[in-house]
Design a binder for this molecule. Structure first.
Ligand code: 1HE
Length: 259
């Protein structure tokens, strides 16, 4: 098992790994040890892991960068600090395993950047989204300038940073901060249900969705269409796909249900 700093705790059950931010006294603010621990955790996931849930202890998911850690940085240290965050979050976003974040209370600054690196975000009603970097005289450094415009649009991000505007859970989910809005106290149940579903997917489907889809979406359309055809052909040729398709055609597989 990967050794983690005291600000993180991990649990592994039935192919699902849970990573908890365990620094509630500091509202789970992220210091160097925590960012390094997050990177190490994702770099060394047990091979049997099919989904990961990231969550925060206490009333807040994460208050962002630990501001006490960076007050004396010069420009070189600041850049290396930001690059260390990029490296850790890249392991989340570009890894082979789907990652779900459960969000409550403050999801701000670097905490929002952490959430954005995850593939699925579940917001409880207490969640709120903010980028106080603007007020603090700094800039996003954990990938927010790349990932947030994709989720909510550049104009919204500019507004948040220049005006201090925050978004609550419902409005935040509506504009793209989270894909799911759930009742108070049910975020983890929802995450576990989604994670269990993901453990049943064909491995090649998960590969296609996590590795091919984001690249296809970002590349030029003609190249993207070719990549899509290649990925579609490879996925459909897999034995797992063939048996799942036969299961449906022979009425052994469930139909799509809209609840
Ligand atoms: C912290 C941090 C932190 C709390 N760094 N120590 N993030 C921010 O600018 C958000 C700053 N935090 C807050 O606005 C508030 O703490 C909260 C709204 C999140 C929560 O408020 P509250 O009233 O529940 O808690 P609190 O009393 O403000 O905080 C409890 C303790 O946590 C307190 O320390 P204590 O020793 O007085 O008990 C706070 O100082 C401490 N604390 N947040 C350090 N962030 C890769 S670039 C990313 C750039 C950013 O993330 S900028 C955004 C930083």
């Amino acid at each position: 098992m990967t050794a983690l700093p005291s600000s993180l705790a991990a649990e592994h059950r039935d192919g699902i790994a849970l990573l908890r931010l365990t620094r509630p006294a500091k509202r789970n603010a992220i210091d160097d040890a925590m960012i390094e621990g997050i990177g190490r955790f994702f770099a060394k996931l047990p091979a049997a892991t099919r989904a990961v849930i990231v969550h925060g202890e206490g009333a807040h998911f994460c208050a962002g960068l630990d501001l006490s850690a960076v007050t004396e940085n010069d420009a070189t240290e600041g850049m290396l600090h930001s690059r260390a965050w990029h490296q850790a979050f890249e392991r989340i976003e570009a890894g082979a395993v789907p990652v779900i974040a459960v969000l409550q209370g403050a999801v701000i600054g670097g905490g929002l950047e952490l959430a954005c690196a995850c593939h699925i975000r579940i917001a409880e009603p207490s969640a709120y989204f903010a980028l106080p970097e603007g007020q603090r005289g700094i800039f996003v450094g954990g990938g927010g300038a790349v990932r947030l415009p994709r989720l909510i649009g550049t104009a919204r991000m500019i507004d948040m940073m220049l005006t201090g505007r925050t978004y609550g859970a419902a409005e935040g989910a509506a504009v793209g901060f989270a894909q799911y809005l759930v009742e108070a106290g049910t975020g983890m149940d929802k995450a576990l249900a989604l994670a269990r579903h993901m453990t049943t997917l064909a491995p090649l489907t998960v590969f296609a969705v996590l590795q091919a889809l984001p690249r296809i979406a970002e590349t030029d359309p003609r190249t993207g269409l070719l990549m899509e055809s290649l990925m579609a052909a490879i996925a459909a040729a897999d034995q797992e796909a063939k048996s799942r398709l036969h299961d449906f055609l022979e009425k052994r597989a469930p139909k799509v249900v809209h609840e």
